[in-house]
Design a protein around this ligand. Structure first.
Ligand code: FE
Length: 311
């Protein structure tokens, strides 16, 4: 049976605490099962304007969905309904809560021991010494089509990979039905009701509601309420056995055409395209990028980058 909870169901668990940069709240939507680490964990994080969550990583793949307000992750503006995915051991941040405060869901298919901050030298060296680490992250906005006569499915273009990673946004018209994508080839699927409501098992679940569907549970039947339904469908990638090490690689390329990669989060600086948002013109060789420049995804400094190698 899928697990499902609406904000109304769980709001009594909302816990407040003071942090150095403001007030923080946490509301648990789906709790991991006792003694079963392979179980879903979903909670809402909220905070006052100016709250900062420092750059960190986790031991497991994770989705985050912005549900209210705004802010910044690294150098990326966050807006409502934006979906951020980070593979395990991929640092991201800092997250700075904006003027309108910020609320986001954290979604996992596996219980996680908690944030591991890059400022801790032990955590940083853990990252640098892990074998077969495949850091990767991306943020993408959904597309909802509320005027569709029945149902409309949009497939995310970046949050997609051969290992089962996939994300969709789906709109269902008022009182209509649609099947969500089959989670069979994933490591578990989240359904996030972000607008309207869902009828399920004799109840109505209004936005914001969160459901977790296991891979073997089949496509979830979405029955929209009278105002229709917008839902995010988020598939976790399967665990993939690491491939043998690649052939030796060599550096190549003339200044202005090389690429440089963040050793921490795998972000790539491409000299050909530069970073126009940061005032770094296309064609700028790495040596001429200001020393004050830092990684847009994890805020690492220039010294954390190495020249990317090609075969
Ligand atoms: Fe980085």
């Amino acid at each position: 049976m899928p697990q499902i909870a609406s904000f109304d169901d769980v709001k009594a668990t909302r816990k407040e605490r003071q942090v150095p940069t403001g007030t923080a709240w946490r509301t648990n939507f789906i709790d991991p099962e006792e003694n079963n680490p392979v179980s879903a964990q979903a909670f809402l994080v909220e905070g006052t304007a100016g709250r900062v969550i420092k750059t960190h990583f986790h031991d497991y793949d994770q989705y985050q969905v912005i549900v209210s307000g705004g802010g910044v992750l690294g150098k990326h503006e966050l807006q409502v309904n934006a979906v951020h995915f980070s593979r395990k051991y991929t640092p991201y941040g800092p997250i700075v809560f904006g003027e309108q405060q910020l609320g986001f869901l954290t979604l996992r298919a596996h219980k996680d021991p908690g944030a591991q901050y890059l400022e801790d030298p032990e955590k940083r060296s853990k990252l640098m010494t892990l074998e077969n680490r495949k850091p990767w992250q991306a943020t993408e906005l959904p597309k909802f089509h509320p005027t569709t006569p029945d149902a409309a499915l949009h497939t995310f273009t970046d949050l997609k990979a051969e290992d089962g990673l996939a994300s969709f946004s789906l709109s269902v018209a008022s009182n209509a039905r649609a099947l969500a994508p089959d989670p069979a080839h994933s490591n578990g699927q989240y359904l996030i009701i972000v607008r309207g409501s869902l009828h399920y098992e004799g109840r109505e679940y209004k936005a914001l509601s969160v459901a977790f569907v296991k891979p073997q549970e089949g496509p979830f039947e979405l029955v929209a309420g009278s105002e229709g339904l917008d839902v995010l469908v988020l598939h976790f990638p399967r665990e993939v056995v690491a491939k043998a090490a690649a052939a030796p690689q060599v550096a190549k390329g003339a200044p202005g055409t090389r690429t440089w990669q963040c050793m921490l989060c795998a972000f790539v600086y491409d000299e050909a395209t530069g970073m126009p948002h940061d005032g770094v013109a296309p064609g700028t060789p790495w040596e001429d990028v200001p020393e004050s420049w830092f990684c847009p995804d994890c805020s690492a400094s220039k010294s954390d980058f190495v020249m990317a190698l090609v075969e």
